[in-house]
Each structure stands twice: as C-alpha cells, then as structure tokens.
Design a protein around this ligand. Structure first.
Ligand code: PAF
Length: 283
C-alpha cells in the first residue's frame, strides 16, 4: 500500500490507473478506524480493482465549539489496517494542501442540509460537500463508499453528485454495530463507562420504534413523541432531535411508510451521537 500525502501525486496516481483501465473506489474517512470503516473498505475492494482510503480530519465541517482539536487519531494503526484490508493507497493530505492559502470556494447543497444535523451544526454539510467534491477531483474514483449511520450526509452527497454531474457511483453501506447494538463511531472513544451504558438508549429506542411499527403503529407524530419520552427517561442525556423522515427527501413523515426513517441525535455527556433505522423492513 502506498501512502500519498500530496494531492497532485494522488491525481497522477489516479490518472495512471485510469489509463491502464483500472477501476478505483474511494472510502473517504477522518481516520481512527473501527470495524465500520473496515466494512466500507471491504465493500470498496469488492467493487473495484483499486481502493483508495482517504484520511483527512476536515476542519471545514467542524463548528467552533466542536471537537476538531480532540478528534481521535491513530495514523500508524490506521495505515496498518488499511494495508491489511488490501487498500492500494492511503491518501492523507495535510490541511494546507486541501485548503491552501487563498482557498475561497464552497460546495453547498440546499434543501437537504437545513434540517436534522444541519439545524444544530450550521455549515457542517457545506464542509462535507466541499471536501468530498475536492476528494472526488483529486482521486477520480469510479465508486465512493459511505456508511449509512450518517444517512443525511449520504443523501446530501448523492444529491451533490446528481446536481453537479460527478461521474462517481455512490454506495451506501449498512450501519456497523457493537455486539450490544451501539453504532460504531470514532466518537464512541470519548465515552466513559457510565456514558457507554447510557449511549445504548439510542439503539434501544430504534428497536422499540421498529417493534411499535411491526405492531401496527402508523402515526409518525405519536411514535416520535413516544420515542422522545423513552430516550428522555433513560438517563442524563440531551436530545438534539428525534425525527421520522422520508429517507429519500428527508421531509417529515405524517404516516409511517416503508420509506420512513427514524433518525436520532443525542448528546451523552459531551459526546454527540447519531443513529437511525428504517422503520419497516431491513434497515
Ligand atoms: O463521514 C466522514 O468521516 C466525513 O464526513 C467525510 C465523509 C470523510 C468527509 O470529511
């Protein structure tokens, strides 16, 4: 596996691979790999001949009071894991290379970015779409693989790709969970033992909601309230949102259909966690 830090070198590598007729898949990450990241890399390896894993903690997608400075890092271990999975390249540019002095452009997707995480993290999705657009131009992938835990991010990126005619196929992969159901996230490393237990309320809430729907619940507002109360009663947590939305448009559902998705964002201690599930069928 090559480690490439310079964007021009990355593009030169991609041009060479494309000239040889090789297909490229990209797994964009911010590092501190867990099994969820590895599952994205395995998928990427399945669908293309060359896998590029990017590792860049993107300052543009963090708000001023967020965790940019303490975001967990483990470069050597990440490089070893990406190598073991069979990645061709670990692309790890520095901040100055992604955003050189004088950088002034932004990629913004309207409509899908104001609600849910966008409401409490203004500017976050613009940071994400800007860096992902840049990564697409640097790596020139045929495919890019993203996790469904960040389902809003996935929807926003798909929209950007469609609207701006990027020639990249976006693949969404299922949420990877710990044995007890907690969705894997690099931010889980912030949780102390008590918070780790508290954090399970997200998964339990998703399960409860699916049970209610399987039992005949059709009213989205009623279910939302019930789930809100369940989470609020489960300890010292701060609910950012409990929403039931159409998974394609992210608009609020009145009635539960097979496209309805329950999305949660909850602060446990100082750690903001998100999770989601479709309310019917396979999630
Ligand atoms: O999901 C993430 O880790 C980040 O938002 C991404 C897609 C790598 C962009 O920085």
């Amino acid at each position: 596996m090559e480690i490439i830090k310079n964007p021009d070198a990355m593009t030169a590598w991609a041009d060479q691979m494309r000239a040889r007729g090789r297909t490229i898949s990209l797994v964009p990450t911010m590092g501190y790999f867990h099994e969820g990241h590895l599952s994205l890399m395995r998928k990427a390896r399945e669908i293309a001949e060359e896998v590029v894993v990017s590792l860049f903690v993107n300052p543009m997608q963090f708000g001023p009071s967020e965790d940019l400075d303490r975001y967990p890092k483990s470069f050597d271990q990440d490089a070893r894991l990406a190598h073991e999975i069979g990645a061709s390249v670990l692309f790890a540019p520095g901040s100055d290379e992604v955003y050189p002095p004088g950088f002034q452009s932004k990629v913004e997707v309207a409509g899908l970015t104001e609600q849910l995480c966008g409401a409490s993290r203004p500017g976050h999705f613009t940071g994400v779409t800007t860096v992902v657009a840049k990564l697409f131009n640097m790596v020139k992938p045929h495919f890019a693989v993203f996790g469904k835990k960040d389902f809003q991010q996935l929807a926003v990126i798909k929209k950007m790709v469609a609207d701006l005619n990027f020639d990249v196929k976006i693949i969404g992969q299922p949420i990877f969970r710990e044995k007890d159901g907690l969705a894997m996230s690099s931010r889980n490393s912030y949780l102390d033992a008590d918070e780790r237990k508290q954090a399970l309320c997200l998964y339990q809430a998703l399960q409860l909601a699916r049970q209610k729907v399987a039992g005949g619940e059709k009213n989205a507002a009623g279910l939302k309230q019930e789930i809100f109360r369940f989470i609020a009663a489960s300890g010292k947590v701060e609910i950012d949102y409990v929403s039931i939305v159409d998974c394609r448009t992210l608009s609020v559902c009145r009635e539960i259909t097979d496209k309805s998705l329950l999305a949660l964002a909850v602060k446990v201690g100082k750690t903001r966690l998100i999770d989601n599930t479709l309310l019917k069928g396979d999630s």
